[in-house]
Unconditional design. Structure first.
Length: 93
């Protein structure tokens, strides 16, 4: 069993300085990619449709830059994660 050893929290309404999920992902791109590719990470996103789109774009950029994928291949990579249940989004308008 794997243990959660680090957690990054994003609050966009609870404080004066807004912190968004996609910004934390970008800030931790190398670590995120390592968890995705080597660690078999599962990614669950819950929130508004716009936030989900922004997170998807941040993840595509991470796969492209850290994994050295083309934009098209990065999209396929994330689609494969989604179809295997490793990338799940529950979004609302």
């Amino acid at each position: 069993a794997k243990t959660l050893t680090k957690m990054h929290l994003a609050f966009s309404r609870e404080q004066e300085e807004k912190i968004y999920v996609q910004h934390l992902l970008a800030k931790n791109a190398k670590e995120t990619w390592k968890l995705m590719e080597k660690g078999g990470a599962y990614i669950y996103v819950c929130g508004g449709v716009r936030m989900g789109q922004d997170v998807s774009e941040a993840l595509r950029k991470i796969v492209t830059s850290q994994g050295d994928f083309t934009t098209t291949d990065a999209k396929k990579y994330l689609e494969q994660m989604s179809s295997s249940g490793r990338y799940v989004q529950e979004l609302w308008a």
